[in-house]
Design a protein around this ligand. Structure first.
Ligand code: HEM
Ligand SMILES: *[C@@H]1O[C@H](CO)[C@@H](O)[C@H](O)[C@H]1NC(C)=O
Ligand SMILES: *[C@@H]1O[C@H](CO)[C@@H](O)[C@H](O)[C@H]1NC(C)=O
Ligand SMILES: *[C@@H]1O[C@H](CO)[C@@H](O)[C@H](O)[C@H]1NC(C)=O
Ligand SMILES: *[C@@H]1O[C@H](CO)[C@@H](O)[C@H](O)[C@H]1NC(C)=O
Length: 264
C-alpha cells in the first residue's frame, strides 16, 4: 500500500509519457505496433478476462493460453496496459493465492482463473453467468452489444454513470433470472474494478472497445490511455472504482419483489 501510494504521488508530479510512447521500446505494442492478432483455436485456453485473452490472441502471452507464469503476467500487464508495478504484482499474486500456487515457480492456464466466486463471479458485463455459459472463455455477443450501446458520452463513449447503470441492470437481471445467483460485496467491488478498466485504461472510448470486447483484439495503433510513468496505481484506480460501485442501483430490492412506486 505504501509502495502504491508513493508511486501515485510520483505519478502526480512526473510528466506523462507522450500518447504514442506509452509502451516502452522493445516491448509488443511499442509505437502502437501490436503483434499479429490470431483468434483462439480449438484447444487454446481462454478465460473470463478480455484483457488477458487479448494478450494471448496477440501472442504477448502464449497463444495457447497455457503454462503461463505469474511473473510473466506481472511483466506483460505492465508494458501492455500500463498498470503500476504495485498493481502488476498484487493481482497475479492474488490469482496465485486463489489457485493455491506458488507465485515464483508455478504456472497456470487461462481457464484456471475461472474458479467460480474466486475472481470470476456472476453478473459480469461481458459474460453470461456460469450457470448459463459454462465456458467463460468467450464474450457473450448479446452482453457486449448492450454494453457498447449504453455509452452516453461524446461519440457514445462509456462514462462512470453508464457503467453503474448497466452493472445495476446486470445484477438485477441475474438475481431474478439465475436460480444459482450469488454476488458478495467483495465480488461486487471486484466487478466494479474489473469493469472500471474500461474507463481508465481504455478511456471509455467506444471505437477501441468494439474490437477489444467483441474480438478480444487490441486495435492497431492503440496505447493505454493511462500515461503516467508509473502506470495506473491502486490508489488512483480506487477513485474511479468506488464512485462506479456506489453509483450502482439495482432495479429490485433483495427479496426480488418489485419496489413500491409512488403513485402520481
Ligand atoms: C493480471 C491479472 C488479471 C487477472 C488474474 C484477471 C482476471 C479476471 C477475471 C477472472 C475476470 C472475470 C471476472 C468476472 O467474472 O467478471 C476478469 C474480468 C475483467 N478483466 Fe481482468 N484480470 C487481470 C488483468 C486485467 C487487466 C490488465 C485488465 C484491463 C486492461 C482487465 C480487464 C478486465 C475487464 C474489463 C473485466 C470485466 C469483464 C466483464 O465484466 O465481463 N483485467 N479479469
Ligand atoms: C507445460 O509445461 C510442462 C512442464 O514444463 C510441459 O510438460 C507441458 O508440455 C507444457 N504444456 C504446454 C501446453 O506447453
Ligand atoms: C515484476 O516484473 C518486473 C519487470 O517488469 C520485475 O522487475 C519485477 O521483479 C517483477 N516482480 C515480481 C515480484 O515478479
Ligand atoms: C479484477 O478482479 C480481481 C479480483 O476479482 C482483482 O484481483 C483484479 O485486481 C481485478 N482486475 C482489474 C484489472 O481490476
Ligand atoms: C481501495 O479501496 C478498497 C475498498 O475500499 C480498499 O480496501 C483498498 O485498501 C483501497 N486501496 C488503496 C490503495 O487505496
Amino acid at each position: 500500500m505504501l509502495w502504491d501510494t508513493s508511486l501515485a504521488v510520483i505519478n502526480l508530479l512526473a510528466p506523462n509519457r507522450p500518447a504514442n510512447r506509452v509502451v516502452p521500446a522493445g516491448h509488443p505494442g511499442f509505437n502502437g505496433e501490436w503483434p499479429e492478432y490470431v483468434p483462439p483455436k480449438e484447444g487454446d485456453s481462454r478465460c473470463s478476462c478480455p484483457a488477458l485473452n487479448a494478450m494471448a490472441n496477440h501472442g504477448i502471452l502464449p497463444h495457447s493460453g497455457r503454462n503461463i507464469t505469474f511473473k510473466e503476467l506481472n511483466a506483460t500487464i505492465r508494458t501492455t496496459y500500463n498498470f503500476s508495478p504495485s498493481f502488476c504484482y498484487f493481482v497475479p499474486n492474488y490469482a496465485a493465492q486463489m489457485l493455491s500456487r506458488d507465485y515464483s515457480t508455478d504456472t497456470f492456464d487461462l481457464s484456471d482463473l475461472d474458479v467460480h466466486n474466486g475472481i470470476e463471479h456472476d453478473a459480469s458485463l461481458t459474460r453470461e453467468d456460469v450457470a448459463f455459459q459454462p465456458d467463460q472463455g468467450k464474450p457473450s455477443p448479446r452482453l457486449v452489444k448492450e454494453l457498447l450501446e449504453c455509452g452516453t458520452g461524446p461519440n457514445g463513449d462509456l462514462t462512470p454513470a453508464d457503467l453503474s447503470r448497466i452493472s445495476g441492470k446486470r445484477r438485477t437481471e441475474s438475481r431474478v433470472g439465475n436460480g444459482q445467483f450469488s454476488l458478495s460485496t467483495f465480488h461486487k467491488l471486484f466487478g466494479s474494478s474489473n469493469s472500471s478498466t474500461l474507463l481508465t485504461i481504455f478511456g471509455g472510448r467506444k471505437d477501441d472497445l468494439i474490437p477489444f470486447l467483441t474480438e478480444e483484439r487490441i486495435p492497431d495503433g492503440w496505447q493505454s490511455r493511462i500515461r503516467h510513468p508509473f502506470g495506473l496505481t491502486l490508489t488512483e484506480f480506487n477513485s474511479t472504482v468506488l464512485p462506479v460501485e456506489f453509483g450502482i442501483k439495482e432495479e429490485l430490492p433483495w427479496n426480488g419483489k418489485p419496489k413500491k412506486t409512488k403513485s402520481a
